[in-house]
Ligand binder design. Structure first.
Ligand code: FAD
Length: 286
């Protein structure tokens, strides 16, 4: 099954992104969250790959467990920073042999002194092209409605997206954003340069002010002033912040669904409750 197949039945497809916990106890807690999230019938669950490959084995083990035990369609994220081709080949083909052939293919965030392996890759487009030579993977790639933080210009970043799609990517999943008009304008520009792949919006239900300031700071995403003020007014009350985050995401998702998005990819941060509340509040549009 390809990623694009999930968006073909006329109903928006929901997907869930999780990250691998570092401890066995953390994995058990996550499994309980996933059992709850199974109630929203996600089209797929995707497991991130830690910066510079730091969760290599954890990502693989977790993806396999979700695939085997929870019987959920599972995708694994894979980044090319820090790996040579043989290493990449061994990793991805071992997952393909187990029946997991949905890949979120990325360059990955690099450290300041990063140099690609001698036979490695510098950009995600090269990774996509290489993985296609190994196995008929279906691949999702990253899109940046507010431009990738390192890109020289918005248009050069769009050209990069085109290279990734032309190399064989099946769909695009966006970076998180908090202003839907930015997403709509992005889709328009993507279509203008001839990309026809589905552009699935990535939505992050905010859990805390500190955390979202860190995340948006790292990836250059704008936090609208009114949302920031609302979060600040919660003081130290994290439950209140989560409530603000859920209500904001509900408004965002309802608007996106009313405007015909193919689906929603939730950056769940391994928590089920916010996602469940959002989906419940959008039930009439799903
Ligand atoms: P690329 O598409 O290679 O782009 C990287 C930069 O290089 C961009 O600025 C681009 O414009 C520029 N560029 C590309 N090609 C060229 C060229 N030929 N010449 C000049 N410039 C070029 N990170 C992780 O480490 N693990 C994860 O699991 C993970 N999951 C993610 C999931 C999603 C949906 C998203 C949106 C991001 C995710 N990231 C993850 C973050 C991602 O790895 C970073 O944003 C990273 O900095 C860029 O990855 P990319 O695949 O977009 O890179």
């Amino acid at each position: 099954m390809k990623f694009s197949d999930f968006y073909k039945n006329g109903r928006p497809a929901l997907s869930i992104e999780i990250f691998p916990p570092k401890t066995e106890k953390g994995v058990e807690v996550l499994f309980e969250e996933l059992k709850i999230l199974k109630m929203i019938s996600p089209a797929f669950v995707s497991v991130t790959y830690g910066a510079m490959g730091s969760t290599r084995d954890l990502t693989k083990d977790l993806a396999l467990r979700i695939h085997r035990e929870l019987k959920l369609k599972t995708a694994f994220h894979f980044t090319c920073v820090g790996s040579g081709r043989i290493e990449m080949k061994d990793y991805v083909t071992s997952l393909a042999c187990e029946g997991i052939d949905l890949v979120v293919a990325l360059r990955g965030d690099k450290t300041a002194d990063f140099k690609p392996a001698e036979d490695g890759f510098q950009f995600a487009s090269e990774l996509v092209a290489y993985l296609k030579t190994l196995h008929p993977f279906s691949m999702a790639v990253a899109g940046y409605p507010e431009k990738h933080i390192e890109a020289e210009s918005f248009s050069s970043d769009l050209e990069n997206l085109k290279r990734k799609v032309n190399a064989g990517a099946d769909i695009v999943i966006t970076q998180l954003f908090f202003d839907n008009t930015i997403y709509y304008s992005y889709v328009e520009k993507v279509r203008q340069i001839g990309i026809t792949a589905q552009i699935v919006p990535g939505i992050l239900p905010i859990q805390s002010l500190k955390q979202i300031q860190r995340i948006t700071g790292l990836c250059g995403v704008n936090l609208p002033p009114a949302l920031l003020t609302e979060l600040e007014s919660c003081g130290e009350d994290e439950a209140a912040m989560r409530e603000v985050g859920v209500n904001y995401a509900i408004r965002q998702c309802r608007d996106l669904l009313q405007n015909g998005v193919p689906g929603i990819h939730f950056y769940s941060l391994n928590k089920s409750q916010s996602v469940l509340k959002i989906v419940e509040a959008c039930r009439d549009l799903l």
